[in-house]
Design a protein around this ligand. Structure first.
Ligand SMILES: Nc1nc2c(c(=O)[nH]1)N[C@H]1C(S)=C(S)[C@@H](COP(=O)(O)OP(=O)(O)OC[C@H]3O[C@@H](n4cnc5c(=O)[nH]c(N)nc54)[C@H](O)[C@@H]3O)O[C@H]1N2
Ligand SMILES: Nc1nc2c(c(=O)[nH]1)N[C@H]1C(S)=C(S)[C@@H](COP(=O)(O)OP(=O)(O)OC[C@H]3O[C@@H](n4cnc5c(=O)[nH]c(N)nc54)[C@H](O)[C@@H]3O)O[C@H]1N2
Ligand code: SF4
Ligand SMILES: [Mo]
Length: 752
């Protein structure tokens, strides 16, 4: 019997621990897969998707040698020395002519791999690159801006202990995003003392389990949340003593909510006012409330405002820094993701993008604005791009326009495992091993009170012709003449005496040569890397992060049994199924608030006008021209962004049906499986329909991640299903964060 080898599923942010048995041709196939009981958070849980994980590696689209674009628009193979030298020269030449800040970085990792983000910082630093973006800038940046203002940190839910669990525009039964999602959801549903509230226009699998399902009309969550908050303020349900002690600006917020016409807003949202009252009371009376919001509101109208209102829901009722509520987890990234400056940070000093002057939130330029930062003759436009482990030609709004922008660049290099929609447009493609042919890890660990980390070992040997991202970046830095060889020699000598000597030498090298700090990941990879267990060289960068993480939360990390940064690092690299690295007291969250005095800032004046404007705004609705609102990109049982490039992965519903209410279908003369023509202002596509009364009338939904081209390096185009962003437009976005309105795209459906 073959060994079970521990690794992780890479299909969603949970990164559940799994164990794999290898077999088949050359012993390179995943023949059996099960949840890994030793992973401390997923604890043996896995959903159905990783059972077919083998298709991630096994497909026609993988690339096994660096590719260079030819004159006729095809690609030719080149050796690695040539590829690295020419890519370095081309990037340096753009930098020399126009400035390094004209080279734009996109990506850094998908659902399971964040080493590219860590190692690329060296390449970016030596080229003088300043601007970057990734998928977070089309979903989470509104939330980050709000949490920056209110906390200077990113609070996360403690669903394991919450008395009331609220899912806002989120379907965790399918999309997960919380540990052991289906087990946790069933536990909440079964317990008569606990209440699950789901806010979603569709009767999702999660909504079916809920105690209360508020089937809001699409795009109208701002009215619904205002109405619930209106009840809380107007009926005196807020926890005023707690707020007086822990928060500022409560009076301002009250002033904005005291006049909300609750009944009218409830009606606008399509919800019975009695249900609005019931929810307000349930939330106010609960011992603890935890809430998560996701794409249903983050890729929708008023998204930043809704992120603000959803936080007020659990803040006005005192649900921060306590069991079952919301808290700020320990992060190995120190302050971590989603924490811009502390409360009430100064808008006037906020960085802006070079051409459109868009807010840069958490260091990211809004995805919808990227084409405008390229397709212009503005002198500060982006001229070159590095895309790494991201597929913006498919995943960003308006694929046609995004492709045009990528083609307009002077130079594009793509670092990926596969021939993607984006890679097809590149000047060079640098191929990497899959996430099972190298070590990998993510920074998607936001659990509290206990947080975890998991660096995975390679399961398979990488094929010839591919290089892991840390090696690619170290070589690029070297080719650019910026790798500090003398310091590396000194550091290696120190390392031969021991890790403490290495740490001391590293500190002094950073002080005497700024290049050491700038290229830190590459330096660690070339020094510490080779001393780590075989296959784990890439974990070198975690040494620096363990040191920073320890400094930012020593008590929590000690409580988990790691007495020093070195001990933490050693534990990380010797835990093949992952480990708990921090144990927080619930109180700890208060220390992570960025403001002096540690108070939560409830007031965000930048959003008051939008909030007040709801009173007179005509909400989005079907019209004669566009009778439907399209949710463009829904998570279903077998969808996983564009991670899979083998159509076999989806056994059922390969083309990805458009979900539609049976009465709507009937009115259009459509029956189950019929082909319909779906039109938005951007494009028309043909798609089969699935009739389901889980959809509201007037609302239709397309799956996410379809319309992927499976044909591989021969470039014969053969996408299957509809690519949702063929139908979306860049101007349909939030005014503040620039996040897209993918979940309420005006559309028309016709029988063919
Ligand atoms: N199976 C699977 N799981 C995944 C992924 C995947 O591709 N496939 N991707 C992962 C990624 S990258 C992410 S970001 C997460 C996203 O996870 P989710 O946000 O849960 O996923 P979605 O299905 O896109 O959208 C959630 C819900 O929003 C609802 N919705 C639509 N319009 C509205 C509205 O106006 N108001 C409200 N309140 N709700 C609305 C939809 O009906 C849907 O049920 O999933 C992760 N998990
Ligand atoms: N209309 C619409 N658009 C959406 C969404 C929606 O709901 N509707 N959802 C959005 C969301 S939430 C997200 S997160 C984005 C996701 O969009 P993207 O962030 O662009 O990512 P993925 O499709 O996950 O693609 C990840 C890339 O990584 C590559 N890859 C896999 N393993 C490795 C590796 O080890 N190394 C390298 N270098 N590359 C690797 C894959 O081949 C793929 O090209 O899509 C967004 N786009
Ligand atoms: S929940 Fe996410 S990470 Fe876990 S097994 Fe399912 S797809 Fe994979
Ligand atoms: Mo996402």
């Amino acid at each position: 019997m073959a060994d079970w080898k521990p690794t992780a599923c890479i299909l969603c942010t949970c990164n559940c621990g799994i164990e794999v048995q290898l077999g088949g041709e050359a012993n390179r196939e995943f023949t059996l897969i099960r949840g890994d009981k030793a992973q401390p958070v997923s604890q043996g849980y896995a959903c159905e998707k990783p059972q077919r994980l083998n298709y991630y590696q096994d497909n026609n689209s993988r690339i096994f040698a660096p590719l260079r674009r030819t004159e006729d628009g095809g690609f030719e193979e080149v050796d690695w020395d040539t590829a690295i030298r020419e890519v370095a020269e081309r990037l340096a030449s753009v930098g020399d002519t126009h400035g390094g800040d004209k080279i734009f970085y996109y990506g850094g990792g998908g659902q399971g791999n964040h080493f590219p983000a860590a190692y690329s910082t060296a390449t970016r630093a030596v080229l003088g690159m300043q601007y970057s973006s990734n998928a977070l800038a089309q979903e989470k940046t509104g939330e980050f801006w709000v949490t920056g203002k209110m906390f200077g940190g990113w609070p996360h839910p403690d669903f394991g202990n919450a008395e009331v669990a609220v899912f806002l525009g989120k379907n965790p039964w399918q999309s997960h995003g919380l540990p052991r999602a289906r087990v946790t959801l069933r536990q909440i549903a079964r317990d008569p003392k606990r209440t699950m509230i789901v806010i979603d226009p569709r009767r999702t699998e999660t909504a079916e389990l809920a105690d209360i399902h508020l089937a809001v009309r699409p795009g109208r969550d701002a009215w619904l949340l205002s109405a619930i908050l209106g009840v809380i303020v107007q009926e005196g349900l807020a926890d005023e003593d707690w707020l007086a002690e822990h928060a500022t600006d409560y009076d301002d917020v009250c002033a904005s909510l005291r006049n909300v016409p609750v009944a009218e807003y409830a009606k606008t949202a399509g919800i019975d006012v009695a249900a609005v009252r019931e929810v307000a009371h349930r939330i106010a009376e609960a011992e603890s409330v935890a809430l998560v919001e996701d794409l249903g509101v983050q890729q929708n109208r008023h998204s930043t405002l809704v992120s603000y209102l959803s936080r007020l829901l659990w803040l006005l009722t005192g649900n921060f820094a306590k069991q079952g509520g919301m808290g700020i987890p320990t992060s190995l990234l120190g302050a971590g993701l989603g924490s811009d400056q502390g409360p009430a940070f100064d808008e006037s000093t906020r960085p802006r993008s070079p051409v459109t002057g868009s807010r840069i939130i958490s260091g990211l330029i809004p995805g919808n604005l990227i084409p405008d930062e390229i397709l212009t003759d503005h002198p500060d436009r982006f001229r070159a791009m590095i895309v790494e482990s991201g597929n913006p030609a498919h995943s960003l709004a308006d694929s046609q326009r995004m492709k045009e922008a990528l083609e307009a660049l002077e130079f594009l290099v793509v670092i990926d495992v596969a021939m993607t929609e984006t890679a097809r447009l590149a000047d060079y493609i640098l191929p990497t091993p899959t996430q099972y042919e190298k070590a990998e890890a993510t920074f998607f660990n936001f659990e509290h009170p206990k947080n975890y980390f998991h660096v995975r070992r390679p399961l398979l040997e990488a094929p010839d012709g591919v290089l892991p991202e840390p090696e690619i970046h170290a070589r690029l830095v070297e080719a650019l003449g910026e790798l500090p060889h003398d310091d590396i020699e000194t550091l290696n000598e120190a390392l031969s005496e021991g890790r403490p000597q290495f740490a001391a030498a590293f500190m002094s090298a950073m002080q005497s040569n700024p290049k050491v700090g700038a290229t830190m990941p590459a330096v660690l990879y070339r020094t510490l890397g080779p001393t780590l267990p075989s296959g784990l060289e890439s974990a070198a960068v975690l040494w620096g992060l363990a040191t920073l993480g320890f400094m930012s939360a020593p008590d929590s990390i000690r409580r988990a049994g790691h007495e020093s940064p070195e001990a933490l690092f050693d534990a990380i690299i010797s835990s093949p199924s992952g480990l708990i690295f921090s144990v927080d007291d619930y109180d700890e969250s208060w220390k992570r608030i960025g403001a002096e005095g540690g108070k939560i800032n409830l007031g965000i004046p930048e959003l008051y006008e939008e909030l007040g404007g709801l009173m007179s705004e005509i909400p989005i609705a079907g019209s004669e021209e566009w009778p439907f609102l399209l949710s463009a990109g829904e998570r279903r049982s077998f969808t996983a962004n564009t991670i899979f490039r083998n159509p076999e992965w989806r056994k059922k519903d390969r083309a990805g049906a458009l979900r539609i209410n049976p009465a709507d279908a009937d009115g259009l003369g459509l029956s189950e499986g019929d082909l319909a023509c779906l039109t938005t202002k951007r494009a028309s596509v043909n798609v089969p329909v699935e009739l389901t009364d889980t959809m509201q009338a007037g609302h239709v939904a397309l799956p996410n991640g379809l319309g992927v081209d499976y044909s591989g390096v021969d470039l014969e185009s053969a996408p299957i299903g509809v690519a949702p962003n063929d139908l979306t437009a860049t101007e349909d976005r939030d005014w503040l964060a620039g996040t897209p309105w993918h979940k309420s795209v005006p559309a028309r459906v016709e029988a063919i």
